[in-house]
Structures are given as structure tokens and as C-alpha cells.
Design a protein. Structure first.
Length: 399
């Protein structure tokens, strides 16, 4: 909404718009003092706009941040607004402490700058994650694959010795069976060669030598069958153990993949890996960080570089006047309290004196009555009379 330009003689009737008042509030300016500071009005509107921009950026950045860690967007939005409000209060506190009298003090400005840089650096992270979302998703996938490979290697190293022991035992049993089977096959071939005349004596038919070779073959085959019967369960048990180990490894790998996520820290890690391996991205990353930092530093920078007008002087004079008025009012109140105490003391003295004057005669009569009763007692003592006098007549001192 455009403000009307009025002649100088009518500046006293200036009425800011609601939005202007809101910008002044963001800039921490006092409306009553700023309404008459013509030049400073626009300066504080500019400062208010920078605070408004930072506030909006902080709200969006924090909302995106919470969307990466919260289960629901409806939870991330109010959390984002809440953190944006926190950043707003911090920015207002920072610029409130900057005026033309503090701009020449390096330490306060340095502290405010460090605080703004710290906040801005963290605020820049969600914005960068949003800008490089596609690249980060790809890098996250690659990082998860590398983590999976490392996990698999760790699991293989963990069960390596046990698997090697079982495999060696299985191979030993199989070699024993193979050697025994080779002997059986050889004996069978000798027997067949003897019977068909292709080997041995060269005579066809079952003769004594062929029978002997058959018996040798049958004996070796029986031994092989017994060995096979005893060794096969062992081999099966070893294979079962190896299968259990493989299933355990697969189960551990499946459980490990459940921890993969697309959370804030995971994305930050992926972004760091991208920066390390991509020189083109490095330059743009740091450039964006600087730009986003400037967004957070805008209120402090604007308040620092903009020249000071009459507003700061008015504020300082108004504060000095209020301090003087407070001192004067306290002094006056002190004088009134001292006067009250003095007059009260005087009146109390007069009241006490009047009290004793009015009761003097009654006290005298009471003493005479004590004296008469004392004389009528048997064996009266003066100390006894004195104790009664103290109890009944004398005045107790105030503590």
C-alpha cells in the first residue's frame, strides 16, 4: 500500500500503515519515536524487510529439515514455524543492540557476527540439501552400497575361520571317500577285464583268478559302502553348518539394510562425499553457502552499514530522560516516606506522652492500694511488695 506524500507542515499528522508498523516492529524500532524521524522511517523499513526475508528463509529451511526427520509433514510445518520464530527473536535481539553508539565497538559486533554465522551455517544445510536433492539421492544409494560391501566383508571375516575349518573337514572326508571309491573302481575294472579276457590271464569266463578278483572287488565295495554310510552324515552335518552360517550372514545383511534411511545426517554425509569427489560441485557449494550466510547476516549487515539518523539520538535522549525521571521519582518518593516517618514518630511521641499523663493519677492510686494491702499482711516483706508492683504497675519495655 502506497503512503501519501504530505507537505512538511503536515508531517506531524503522519500515520504509518499496518504493514509499515509491522516492519518497524521487526526492526525493533519504537513507533512513537520513529513517527517523527522522517529519514529513519525508510531505513527501518529496509531493516524490517531484511528481517522478514531472513525469517521466511529460516522457516522454510527448518521446515525442510524437520521433513527429513519427522514422520509427518503436518508435524514438520509447525516445528519449522516454531524454529523460524526462534531465529526471528535472535535476529531482533542482535539488531536491537546495534546503534550509532555501538557501531564503533568491535567486540559486540564481532560477537553478533559470530552468532549470526553459526546460525546461518546450520540454516544453509537444509537449503543445500534441497538444491542438490537428486545428486544426493544418487550418492546416498552409492554410499549404502559401499556400506553393504563393508558389512558383508566384516561378516565374512567374522565367520571365515569357522567356514574354513568346516570346509577343510568336508574336503578331507570327501577325499577319503574318493580314494576308497577309486580302489573299488579299480578292483571292479580288474574283475571285468579278467572275465572278458581283455586283461589279466586273457581267459574268458569265471575262473579262479577272476573269482579272486571278484571277491577283492566285493570286499572293497563293502568297505566303501560302510565308509560311505558313516561319512555321509558327517558331510551332511558340515553342509548344514555351512548353510546355517550363510543364512546367518544373509540375515545380518538384511537386518543391516533396514538401517538405511534418507535422514538428515545421511544426506549430509552424502553431500560431503559429493563435495570431495566433484570439484565442479565444490565451487558452487561454497558459493551457495556464502549466499545463504549473507541471507542470515542481512539484518546485522543492514543495521551496521546503514547511516544513523535522528532516531538513535531520540532513543538515547528518551532513555536518558526516563532514567532522570526514574531517579527523580525515586528521590521524591524517598523524601515523602522520610517525611511520613518523621511526622509519625513525632505524633507517636506525643500520643505516648499523653497516655502516661492520663494514667499517672490512676497509677498513683493503684500504688497506694498495694501499700495498704501490704501493711495488712502478716510478716510483709518489701521485696514481695516490689515484685507485685513490677508486675501490675510498671511498664514493660518494647523490644
Amino acid at each position: 500500500m502506497m503512503e501519501k506524500t504530505v507537505p512538511l507542515t503536515q508531517r506531524e499528522t503522519y500515520e504509518p500503515t499496518r504493514f509499515t508498523e509491522f516492519l518497524w516492529w521487526l526492526s525493533t524500532a519504537e513507533k512513537e519515536l520513529l513517527a517523527d524521524a522522517v529519514v529513519d522511517r525508510n531505513r527501518h523499513k529496509i531493516i524490517g524487510m531484511t528481517v522478514l526475508g531472513t525469517w521466511a528463509f529460516a522457516t522454510l529451511a527448518w521446515t525442510y529439515f524437520f521433513s527429513t526427520v519427522a514422520a509427518s509433514l503436518w508435524l514438520a510445518i509447525p516445528l519449522g514455524f516454531f524454529m523460524g520464530f526462534i531465529i526471528l527473536t535472535i535476529d531482533r535481539a542482535l539488531i536491537k543492540g546495534i546503534n550509532k553508539f555501538s557501531k564503533k565497538k568491535l567486540l559486540p559486533l564481532l560477537f553478533r557476527g559470530l552468532l549470526a554465522v553459526t546460525i546461518g551455517t546450520f540454516m544453509a544445510q537444509p537449503a543445500l540439501l534441497y538444491m542438490f536433492a537428486k545428486e544426493i539421492r544418487l550418492q546416498t544409494s552409492l554410499d549404502n552400497e559401499k556400506k553393504m560391501m563393508v558389512k558383508s566383508q566384516e561378516l565374512n571375516d567374522l565367520y571365515k575361520n569357522k567356514k574354513a575349518t568346516l570346509a577343510a573337514e568336508k574336503e578331507s572326508l570327501q577325499q577319503e571317500l574318493e580314494l576308497k571309491y577309486a580302489d573299488v573302481a579299480k578292483a571292479r575294472q580288474n574283475f571285468l577285464s579278467e572275465t572278458d579276457g581283455s586283461g589279466g590271464t586273457g581267459k574268458v569266463g569265471i575262473k579262479d583268478i577272476a573269482i579272486a578278483k571278484r571277491n577283492e572287488y566285493q570286499k572293497l565295495d563293502g568297505e566303501y559302502q560302510q565308509l560311505l554310510k558313516s561319512e555321509e552324515p558327517k558331510i551332511a552335518a558340515i553342509e548344514t553348518d555351512l548353510k546355517i552360517i550363510d543364512n546367518t550372514v544373509k540375515k545380518e545383511e538384511a537386518n543391516f539394510t533396514q538401517y538405511f534411511n534418507n535422514g538428515f545426517l545421511t544426506q549430509i554425509e552424502a553431500l560431503n562425499n559429493l563435495i570431495k569427489t566433484n570439484p565442479a560441485l565444490q565451487f558452487r557449494y561454497y558459493l551457495l553457502v556464502i549466499i545463504l550466510l549473507l541471507i542470515e547476516l542481512m539484518p546485522v549487515i543492514a543495521k551496521t552499514i546503514l547511516p544513523s539518523g535522528t532516531y538513535d539520538e531520540r532513543a538515547m535522549q528518551r532513555e536518558a530522560m526516563e532514567k532522570e525521571m526514574v531517579t527523580a521519582n525515586i528521590s521524591k518518593e524517598k523524601e515523602l516516606k522520610e517525611l511520613y516517618n518523621s511526622l509519625a514518630h513525632q505524633n507517636d511521641k506525643e500520643a505516648i506522652a499523653a497516655f502516661f499523663d492520663l494514667t499517672k493519677e490512676d497509677r498513683t492510686q493503684k500504688i497506694k492500694g498495694f501499700s495498704c494491702r501490704w501493711k495488712e499482711e502478716n510478716n510483709p516483706t518489701f521485696d514481695g511488695l516490689w515484685e507485685k508492683m513490677k508486675l501490675e504497675v510498671l511498664t514493660k519495655q518494647e523490644h
